[in-house]
Design a protein around this ligand. Sequence first.
Ligand code: ADP
Ligand code: MG
Length: 404
Amino acid sequence: MTKEYLIERNGKKYEVVIGLEVHAQVLSESKLFSTSPTKFGSEPNTQVSLVDAAFPGMLPVINEFCVKQAIKTGIGLNAKINKRSVFDRKNYFYADLPQGYQISQFKDPIVGEGKVILDMPDGQKEIGIERLHLEQDAGKSIHDLDPQNTFVDLNRSGVALMEIVSKPDLRSPDEVSAYIKKLRSIMRYLGTCDGNMQEGSLRADVNVSVRAKGSKEFGTRCEIKNVNSIKFMQMAIEYEANRQVDLIEEGKSIDQETRLFDTKKSETRSMRSKEDAHDYRYFPDPDLLPLKIEKNLIDKLKKELPELPDEKKERFIKEHKLSSYEANILVSEKEISDYYEEVIKKSDKKLATNWITVELFAVLNKKNLSISESPISAKNLSSLIKMISSGKISGKIAKQVFEK
Ligand code: ADP
Ligand code: MG
């Protein structure tokens, strides 16, 4: 059990139920069905092949590397890898979608059910994964460069995405934050997604419903589209859950609809109701054969997998006698755990843990730096700690040296 997040109104308590559809850009130098590069921030329309621009007669060719990335991610999510999956066409019309359909996976995704463990301050919580499927990204329409015209940039068109769909197991904004961070950490360890939210590599559709505390049935959900920061996800959930509780308390019902989060006003707004929902007319893409994955390949990728955060945490607790709390901090990012392991090669573990999680993190936070940008190398911090434990300098003097 983790701490309950409840909304109270007129003496009644409501529980919030959340499920996420996370879109994670596959870390790959080329696109899902073409050889175009995927570099972020390039000049508009410089990374577009005839396939990405959907010229007549062009055919998609699956990128084997992206498939392997999806399988690895599936393994990292403790999920079932489906030996046979199918690419479908999701049909809709939009200027930044030159094909007139997105190639995605519908009924038969590459990855099935899995789970992710969250470490919350008051204990662990398991979040179910429904599926992970591969799909292409669309281009980008730019509406604010000119008062009369909309421009289209097709650089993103065809970039590989993994859509990771959770079960409706999340119960609070804090759990959502922990879930996104855990997914990001797993994918960064694996090298399958850089998790860079500013660059749009990780974004989510957030499904929210509320129900009276103790009720077994789910309420009607609203889906908030395309939220690209953890803070905004949390704000959107809080606003949306309170809006739904207000409606119920007024005796009204919730419409199942798609909403967007207005970051300027910090509120969610209706985009379309269920009645206006698209009929995408999914059907198997006749240009692509079903994807068949050999057991050998899955076994091989499993063997090559790096140590993931959960295993590393267990090892740190056993080998380095860390508390669960300390281990969580030190494994949260691979670079942090590497730094820590470098420091303790030649210095006291207990002191190293304190110096990294207290002194070093304070400086990095203040200067807004990541650990790989640390002005103090792991080797130097290690030497400094050695001098303290050998009695050469006091902790107080070490702090002065550290400051310098
Ligand atoms: P759709 O394509 O209609 O969005 P998906 O199955 O792809 O459907 O995604 C549904 C998402 O909504 C999942 O993440 C699921 O956990 C979540 N969800 C389903 N029912 C509820 C509910 N009552 N409240 C909150 N989230 C829900
Ligand atoms: Mg959806």
